[in-house]
Design a protein around this ligand. Structure first.
Ligand SMILES: [Zn+2]
Ligand SMILES: [Zn+2]
Length: 425
């Protein structure tokens, strides 16, 4: 893009034509801080568009940064055009090689290699533009939607394979257009799918700006993924090329990326048990960079279609799981209730709209957790059971607050780790 410095280079051209500011209609003169739109090529005085000196300097120093005027940055609804921004990043991805290419010509192959640096520079430019126009995600607005479009396909599948999830969550329909992961997160956070393009754009920017966290060949790659030999992921460059395309499928790297972007952990649920007692590599509590809260967003892998050839359903679709059972009359699963001597048990649900860690009254056991069986033993009077130091990542869990009345005056409250997988055994 061209700023006032660039104008000097265009001095010859300036001699022949005028450069009226598209805002105030006065000429942008030599020596006046001005900037040219890379879309409509109009010039504008920086003071006419409230561009600060620092912002102008950023554009000037980074020659690969584009500037688009307000008119060229917005879509028909008057919102920042995230789709166009994404398309500018994707424009640096070379076309795929012809499908009928039978030989591997190194020269042809080289033409189709992605130029990750060019893609990253465009992503930096888009980030700068978002910042200039102060385009941010809306504030989190959980579950204010009056009408919930329950995803019946997921309900049927969960009834068959993972009914405990239905006791706690409602799966909500998302459009299956390749953007379903972004749609699911958008719905879970804002009660609408409509921010899915914005989320994808932010993911692309995040992914390109912090390669070492997302590239499995780097030593700083996300540890829990690195530690799971069963989790097969795309290589970084292939993943970048896919992610920058609107409508391209998501995977566990996307979950990691979105978690970083929205600063929240994401708990994914793969609904079908492959080996009893063992979690799927697609069931994980994923915590991205700079995640500041503990309350996860719950996402379900669900049925995308039926494969008639293999006569089985294909699970390649995502829907959000929002708090509350599908049927409000469904009881919350609680193993302790089966015991006559059980004290009062309150399941602490993720319903704190303040987005803060669940907090128990009384004296909690900080960082100490028990499995369900251990909980039952504990509350049945056998207090000699071992206490775990941390919650195993990727398990189905919630916290259970148990209060004991030791005497009339002494009430003790503890938080236990409630492990559904252990319970279901
Ligand atoms: Zn002006
Ligand atoms: Zn323009």
């Amino acid at each position: 893009m061209l700023t006032q410095l660039g104008m000097k280079r265009k001095a010859a051209k300036r001699m022949r034509v005028a450069y009226p500011c598209r805002v105030c209609k006065q000429d942008c003169l030599q020596g006046q801080d001005s900037v040219q739109c890379d879309g409509c090529e109009s010039w504008m005085h920086t003071h006419c568009i409230q561009m600060t000196k620092n912002q102008l300097d950023t554009f000037t120093v980074n020659q690969h940064f584009n500037f688009f005027c307000l008119q060229c940055s917005m879509d028909a609804t008057g919102s920042f055009n995230c789709r166009a921004s994404l398309a500018r990043i994707a424009s640096h991805v070379p076309p795929a090689p012809p499908v009928d290419a039978t030989s591997h010509d190194p020269d042809v192959d080289a033409n189709h290699l992605p130029d990750i640096q060019a893609i990253r520079e465009q992503a930096e430019s888009e980030r700068n533009l978002l910042s200039f126009y102060n385009v941010v995600l809306p504030p989190i607005d959980w579950y204010t939607t009056d009408h919930i479009d329950v995803d019946q396909t997921s309900v049927e599948m969960l009834r068959k394979h993972c009914s405990w999830l239905l006791a706690r969550f409602t799966p909500v329909t998302t459009t299956g257009d390749g953007n379903c992961m972004y749609r699911a997160i958008s719905y879970a956070l804002f009660g609408t799918q409509s921010h899915h393009v914005h989320l994808r754009l932010l993911c692309c920017i995040e992914l390109l700006a912090n390669r070492s966290f997302y590239d499995s060949t780097c030593s700083q790659f996300y540890e829990p993924y690195k530690a799971d030999p069963e989790l097969v992921l795309q290589d970084y460059e292939t993943y970048v090329v896919e992610t920058v395309k609107d409508g391209a499928d998501a995977d566990m790297l996307t979950i990691l990326c979105i978690s970083s972007v929205v600063h929240k952990p994401i708990q994914t649920h793969w609904p079908i048990t492959v080996r009893p007692g063992k979690s799927s590599p697609f069931t994980k509590l994923v915590t991205g960079r700079d995640v500041s809260t503990l309350q996860p967003i719950h996402i379900l892998w669900t049925v995308s279609h039926f494969d008639p050839r293999r006569k089985e359903v294909v699970i390649n679709h995502f829907v959000p799981l929002i708090d509350g059972p599908v049927n409000p009359a469904s009881p919350i699963i609680s193993p302790v209730e089966e015991h006559d001597t059980a004290p009062e048990v309150v399941v602490v649900q993720d319903e704190d709209n303040n987005d803060e860690k669940p907090c128990a009254d009384g004296e909690p056991l900080p960082l100490k957790f028990l499995t369900t069986k251990e909980c039952v033993e504990f509350v049945s009077g056998n207090t000699a059971c071992p206490v775990r130091d941390e919650v195993p990542a990727g398990r189905y869990f919630c916290f259970v607050l148990v209060t004991f009345c030791i005497t009339v005056d002494i009430v003790v409250a503890c938080i236990f780790f409630f492990d559904f997988l252990d319970f279901m055994k």
